[in-house]
Design a protein around this ligand. Structure first.
Ligand code: AMP
Ligand code: MN
Ligand code: MN
Ligand code: MN
Length: 286
């Protein structure tokens, strides 16, 4: 099947977290690839949004967003916050707290890596990430790969950083309910990110969706870049069942074989879209 490219992509990362492109370079890439709408959703950060908006002005609709880390039943869940008011004091306070959690965790991961024979891992990772950026396990995965201790960032993640491995550190992210509340109070639309990536049974996934809905969640990502058609169809069914608005996003971080801005973001039929919401009306969706 030939690749399909969507002109709308509502999930992407820049150097403000674990993406490889600066906000400006990311916007340039989106324009080159023919996108009309891009949401910047860095992990627990809106640091790159202003720069991206500047770069996009008059050429691309840049939607201010963030991907917020949350907890549900002891699992780490990601909630994409779209159409955010990045000046919201409630959001700022929340992000300050997330930053504290991230710094603490990054230091603990760094200490564990140093025990595995790395040197000054935390400092090295911060240096590579740049001033003010959120440090995620994605940053560490790339660092481990660069140090020649893994075949790829993916391999580094699986060998050192994922749950059960030597450098995994558990983080007490706020409950999904509290994260949704902050997003709503900051004018944003809470969207459950990549629902099929949490490795839940269908029963558990439905329970998560019910919890998210009950908390005030508005949308779910129905379409991602690397997705089996049967998974997309199942998410479309759940989107209708719980009366969610559908979103879509590549989760683009860096150039690679499978993920690319707009790539394979097919939207199933008969769904309401997040861009039909009043929060989207200033962004000139057709
Ligand atoms: P964190 O929010 O710090 O737990 O880091 C999550 C990030 O790690 C994700 O957004 C990805 O960028 C990255 N990540 C997750 N799984 C993998 C993997 N298998 N290989 C490489 N990076 C991954
Ligand atoms: Mn990431
Ligand atoms: Mn995520
Ligand atoms: Mn992401």
């Amino acid at each position: 099947m030939p690749a399909y490219f969507s002109k709308i992509d509502l999930h992407s990362h820049s150097t403000a977290s674990d993406g490889a492109f600066t906000p400006t370079a990311l916007v340039e890439r989106a324009i080159e690839r023919g996108l009309t709408h891009l949401a910047l959703t860095d992990h627990d950060a809106v640091l790159g949004v202003k720069e991206a908006q500047e770069a996009a002005r008059g050429r691309l609709e840049l939607i201010p967003g963030a991907e917020l880390s949350a907890t549900w039943e002891n699992k780490q869940i990601h909630i994409a916050a779209l159409f955010l008011d990045i000046e919201s004091p409630i959001l700022k306070e929340f992000l300050d707290n997330q930053k504290t959690l991230r710094v603490q965790r990054a230091m603990e991961i760094g200490a564990k890596l140093d025990k595995q024979g790395f040197k000054n891992s935390y400092e090295e990772c911060v240096k590579r990430a740049g001033e003010g950026a959120s440090i995620t396990r994605g940053n560490y995965a790339r660092y481990i790969f660069e140090m020649g201790r893994a075949q790829s960032a993916d391999d580094a993640f699986n060998s050192y950083l994922k749950k059960g491995k030597s450098c995994y550190v558990k983080t007490n992210w706020p409950d999904v309910k509290d994260v949704v509340k902050v997003i709503l109070q900051s004018g944003g639309v809470p969207v459950l990110a990549h629902p099929k990536r949490y490795i839940l049974t269908n029963t558990k996934l439905r329970a998560l969706m019910e919890y998210f809905k009950d908390a005030g969640g508005v949308g779910i990502e129905v379409s991602s870049s690397q997705m089996r058609p049967c998974d997309r169809d199942y998410l479309a069914t759940l989107c209708q069942k719980y009366d969610f608005y559908a979103s879509l996003g590549s989760d683009f971080h860096a150039v690679g074989p499978f993920r690319e801005l707009g790539l394979n973001l097919l939207m199933p039929e008969n769904l309401k879209h997040v861009w039909d919401l009043p929060q989207a009306q200033n962004y000139h969706f057709e």
